[in-house]
Design a protein around this ligand. Sequence first.
Ligand code: UD1
Ligand code: CA
Length: 455
Amino acid sequence: MPLAIVILAAGQGKRMRSHLPKVLQPLAGRPLLAHVVATARRLQPAAIHIVYGHGGEQVRAALPDPDLRWVLQAEQLGTGHALQQVMPAIPPEHTVLVLYGDVPLVRAETLAALVARAGPTTLALLSAVLPDPAGYGRVIRDRGGRVVRIVEHRDANRKELAVAEVNTGLLAAPAAALGRWLSGLGCDNAQREYYLTDCIGTAVREGWVVEAIVAVSAAEVLGVNDRIQLAEVEAAWRRARALELMQAGVTLVDPGRVDVRGTVSCGQDVVLDVDVILAGEVRLGDRVRIGPHCLLADCTLGADTEVRANCVIEGASAEERCQIGPFARLRPGTRLAAGVHIGNFVEVKNSVLGPDSKANHLSYVGDADLGARVNVGAGTVTCNYDGANKHRTTIGAGAFIGSGTMLVAPVTVGDEATIGAGSTITHPAPAGKLTLERSRQQTIEGWRRPQKKPK
Ligand code: UD1
Ligand code: CA
């Protein structure tokens, strides 16, 4: 049977106490809802429907993918009411899988098992056994262990509250039956809402089998209702990514202190020190070492490259054997060839540095093309901006730029040229020669320091 996935994402999430709609709260830097959509896609469904409401256009704008089908739930009258809004759009012969926009860690394998279990007279729901089930709906079974209904926390009596098996909210059932059960829902409960969970009781009364699949890991089904749970989900995500890295041959000095907020591919014997954040698309070659407190976003580092403490690297690449930092900043468009050294308080932007070039201290290299073996002295600045436009600086192979040089772009320094310290270079500096621009030093004879006036 073709699969239709419905993601419920209309709720406000009052308990977050935020202006941002709950399903847009970030997990690993991406909205909760984006995680659920990504997992849904892995099942290759015929359609993904998202029920939205609170936060309206803001939610839609956060996920512009053209294939998502949006259904407005103008008033949030409960999870059952939410699903009702989308049923007319789903052909009766489809299997419906219901996901929640605030349950982001569920794995595609688990969902596939759930869908496989649903059948012509079987509703499959995902449950979990939690050490602290507070807040969740409880799965009530009869003496024979058969699921008979779900009771919400707020509607549960003392005996029911003691049940540790909770409803994750995720379920799969044939569309035709689901539509029938939903149309019979009432709202006679503590929250005056139309509960999707009441469909379970109805299905049982109709003689259906309700199969509760117990999730293997409780972390997978954590729901996010407040910022405490958001932090717990983030921690679970971090932990899972850390385990993946270690399984792939990466040493993590402290697995609890690495944040993966994107996709990372690593060679062997990579070492990540504490408090490293990896965002976007990061590729690290064999034996890359990253020092403590570094942010690496959308970057590629070649084998044996070392990044020392406190560096920020975004949209940059370095080939093998580079040394970066401590305290270096590589901005988008930076390309370092093999063996380049970028030292402390050096900023590089939209520049290419040839093999074995060095800028070891306190420099700004922006919109520049450097050949091989260039030495950039401390305090050198490429003056790339004239207040209106950006201009490039070109430095030939083997050039030596003395400390404190201002290179006013557009400007060219020839191969093997030497620039005297403190120069402001505005004209081409020819290859192989010493060029300097400096007023003559003078010493004033007979000069005296001013004295304090006597009181
Ligand atoms: C729900 C379940 C509960 C389960 C828990 C698991 C019901 C009645 N209860 O409770 O059994 O243990 O999830 O996390 O289903 N939503 C809408 N429209 C609405 C109301 C909610 O789209 O009118 C969406 C929310 O955006 C959210 C999801 O449905 O993504 C769940 O809603 P929420 O209010 O968080 O339900 P819970 O009280 O957590
Ligand atoms: Ca919830």
